[in-house]
Design a protein around this ligand. Structure first.
Ligand code: F0G
Length: 418
């Protein structure tokens, strides 16, 4: 019996998983479907067996649920996963509990490593020598690192010129990928990647490749394992191209269908006000997506106006009785500062989710009696300019300004009020 297939999310047409294929003949997105009754004959025994495997990398530990048809000897890993789940409830008593799943603690400092362990491993299994992605900076870093780690694989990254942070740019360059800046935005780079991969033998590794989504399912699964399978009331997640919220939903849905969890959480997808196509669609009862040029935002990784995984995201949001919220630049940067101050360094994109959770709580949508998990998607150190500008702004009352003194003890004592 076949273990995994591609299936169209619209017309249900099925394809062989061994085919290099990103979309259905009808033009819509594909999804990887596994026969989990084969890979996980007894879900409860599987659950028990996990606790003896904590020394095993997360992807291998959860592989029976993530991607059973990927041969173990083809896995390319950089020891991603096992990221911390910080309990910050004592700082925010207006939630029953609030925990932060810090995906910025992965090898390339973002959640993209979770998708690349499945994407690059599958490319390795298929024997692809060239891999490509468009990126707002994190997919490219992860793809370049994992391609560098694979035997005989060249990474090519297309980036919107001048729109990613210096730390993000440094990553693909140092990991040896062909790095191309293009005078356009993410959506423009994405179109070029699609055109290029239609014409040439280059494997596409954006999240429209459904194989990548399978690895990203691990974020939700690992969180629930850390919570001893006690399901929170909410998962809150930032949304750009909408791959991650789709992966979160698919993983949780599969856990529920297998009886590993007995309750469904709700999902909240959060965007910035200037880059909010999903939010606008949600406000109109998920009316058709209207792609728009996304406005510049401090959350530059989610400056996306035409999210590729829109339909998958809507499907998951409906299944999980989800909501979508949008936050302002001030809200996201102020919440970034609040979380950073706890010693948990987060990027502006993650701060979008934190700000969204706080806003939904203030509006009474997330109740004081509810448990919340917020997914942090990248580390603050990838976006240091955002912090330097925020704290360097003389007019900002929340800034932690730096001080300068001459090399003089009295001057220093006076500054420190000693
Ligand atoms: N947070 C960070 C740090 C990201 O890099 C991204 C996406 C997201 C959130 C949104 O996730 O797109 O799955 O909804 N970054 C992509 C990239 C677009 O190219 O690195 P999404």
């Amino acid at each position: 019996m076949v273990l995994s297939i591609f299936k169209c999310i619209s017309c249900d047409k099925e394809y062989d998983i061994q085919e290099i294929r990103y979309c259905c003949e009808c033009g819509d997105l594909l999804e990887v479907i596994h026969d989990l009754s084969q890979s996980l004959p007894s879900p409860n025994d599987w659950k028990k067996s996990l606790d003896n495997q904590m020394a095993v990398i997360a992807f291998r530990r959860y592989q029976a649920l993530l991607f059973p048809s990927l041969p173990g000897n083809k896995i390319i890993t950089l020891n991603e996963g096992d990221t911390p789940l910080y309990d910050v409830s004592h700082h925010f008593p207006h939630f029953s509990s609030i925990k932060l799943k810090h995906e910025g603690m992965n090898p390339t400092l973002s959640f993209k490593d979770r998708g690349m362990v499945s994407g690059i491993s599958w490319a390795n299994y298929l024997g692809c020598e060239n891999v490509i992605c468009a990126s707002t900076g994190d997919t490219s870093a992860a793809m370049a690192a994992y391609a560098g780690s694979a035997p005989n694989m060249k990474g090519i990254v297309l980036l919107p010129k001048g729109k990613i942070s210096p730390e993000q740019l440094a990553q693909p360059i140092s990991f040896g990928a062909v790095t191309v800046g293009i005078e356009t935005d993410f959506d423009g780079c994405m179109k070029l990647v699609q055109q290029l991969t239609e014409k040439h033998n280059i494997y596409l590794l954006n999240s429209m490749n459904s194989v990548r989504i399978e690895g990203q399912k691990a974020i939700g699964i690992e969180t629930l394992h850390q919570l001893n399978w006690q399901v929170p009331d909410w998962f809150v997640i930032p949304v750009g191209n909408a791959g991650n919220i789709s992966a979160l939903g698919k993983g949780l849905r599969e856990l529920f269908e297998l009886g590993i969890i007995d309750k469904l959480p709700r999902l909240a997808g959060i965007q910035t006000e200037g880059a909010s196509p999903l939010y606008e669609s949600y406000q109109n009862c998920y009316s058709e997506l209207v792609p728009k040029k996304a406005k510049p935002t401090k959350a530059s990784a989610i400056q996306i106006g035409d999210p590729v995984s829109y339909k998958k995201a809507v499907r998951e949001l409906k299944y999980f009785n989800g909501v979508v919220e949008a936050v302002t630049e001030t809200e996201l940067m102020d919440w970034k500062a609040q979380i950073d101050k706890l010693g948990i360094s987060i990027c502006p994109n993650s701060a979008v989710a934190v700000a969204g959770a706080m806003k939904l709580n203030e509006n009474g949508i997330i109740k004081e009696t509810e448990d919340v998990v917020v997914i942090l998607t990248a580390h603050g150190s990838k976006f240091s300019n955002a912090s330097v500008e925020y704290h360097g702004d003389e007019s900002n009352p929340s800034a932690n300004h730096t001080h300068t003194v001459s090399p003089n003890l009295e001057e220093l004592e006076s500054l420190l009020n000693l």
